[in-house]
Design a protein around this ligand. Sequence first.
Ligand SMILES: [Zn+2]
Length: 249
Amino acid sequence: MSVSRLAELISERQPCVVLTGAGVSTESGIPDFRSPTGLWATVDPLEYGSIEAFRRDPRKVWSFYKPRVAMLTEAEPNAAHTALAELEELGFVEAVVTQNIDLLHERAGSREVVEVHGSIRTASCPGCGSRHDLERVLQLLAEADAPVCPSCGEILKPDVVFFGELLPRVEIDRAQELARRARLLLVVGSALEVYPVAGLPLETIGAGGEVAIVNQGPTGFDAQASLKIDASAGEILSQVVETLRPRRA
Ligand SMILES: [Zn+2]
């Protein structure tokens, strides 16, 4: 019942923009941050995820990031990523705005992806400003516990947004523009706790759009959403694709 309602909302309220958080990747075996089994339950974000910590002791931060980068690289896109890529291909989704750094939307085939917290695609040198792609960073990590800049010898910083850093301006502007354009903002796997991304649903509502949410557990926006489905994102979105695909055949 709620699946068919979601399919109708997506079909009727175009353009549809999707906003994803950690919950869309948990089915790929990637832990989220804030749940009781999440990453920050065992690791202090200020010690390992802040820009101050990185400036103080980049090797210590890499002792946390090296296994994390390996895990993200080995993870595979799940049914939710695949469904969102197909919905874009079918013309039902304009873009995916994601808080995730794992590249799984892109690897599933999504083309219009706005990464508001950066990604592991590249790492940059705080010393000389050179930028290095993931493949090169993995090579450097195979030889050392922290990737050392081949040009100047400083330790590279992943191009992900650390605590204490500003979000990338271009991506945030694009995300806000998309949220305002959207007649439907579909939130998947985010509890909408982290600003400014948590403010995007308000942009949509303020411009006359509606919000639908697929998330396991409550979110800060449930009361204002037109539809809330508390279930597995992979299961629900696969069924939505099954419903909508025949309409493009
Ligand atoms: Zn350098």
